[in-house]
Design a protein around this ligand. Structure first.
Ligand code: AMP
Ligand code: ZN
Length: 136
């Protein structure tokens, strides 16, 4: 994918601040961080969405995330972190190459404070669960 910025970063043809690399994944600092140490972990091969990525490869990518996230937290001395994977424009995905954000957090930092939640009316949860189970 010549025109994909994350393919090019993973191949080393576009510069990045590298955190970690192996045969499967490339991890680098986000150029517009939410907090110090905000890191992106990408598979070296190109898939747009998490559900496009073959299960075995996804497992390999995820198996790296714990180690990288622990290092990010310890490295910047964060109190915690979020692992975030945006899928689709509606979900905020701007780069069409599967990536996981590791976002270091500090107690009371206010990041993600505006998490709009609601309660299901009676029977709606089961109706929705049925639709999802059928789509599996
Ligand atoms: P998303 O909105 O989930 O697609 O996130 C894409 C992320 O990639 C954003 O947080 C951007 O700041 C980041 N980003 C885009 N281009 C680069 C780049 N060249 N180097 C590092 N991070 C980038
Ligand atoms: Zn790509």
């Amino acid at each position: 994918m010549d025109d994909c910025i994350f393919c090019r970063i993973a191949a080393g043809s576009v510069p990045s601040t590298k955190i970690y690399e192996d045969d499967t994944v490339f991890a680098f600092l986000d150029i517009a961080p939410v907090s110090d140490g905000h890191t992106l972990v990408v598979p070296k091969s190109h898939f747009e969405y998490i559900h496009d990525c073959p299960a075995e490869l996804l497992g390999e990518v995820c198996s790296r995330i714990g180690r990288i996230a622990g290092a990010v937290q310890r490295g910047v001395g964060a109190d915690g972190y979020n692992v975030l994977c945006n899928n689709g424009r509606a979900a905020g995905q701007l780069v069409g190459h599967l990536h996981f954000h590791i976002i270091p957090r500090r107690s009371g930092d206010g990041v993600f404070d505006k998490w709009l939640s609601f309660k299901y009316p009676p029977a709606k949860a089961e109706r929705i669960a049925q639709l999802i189970r059928k789509a599996m």
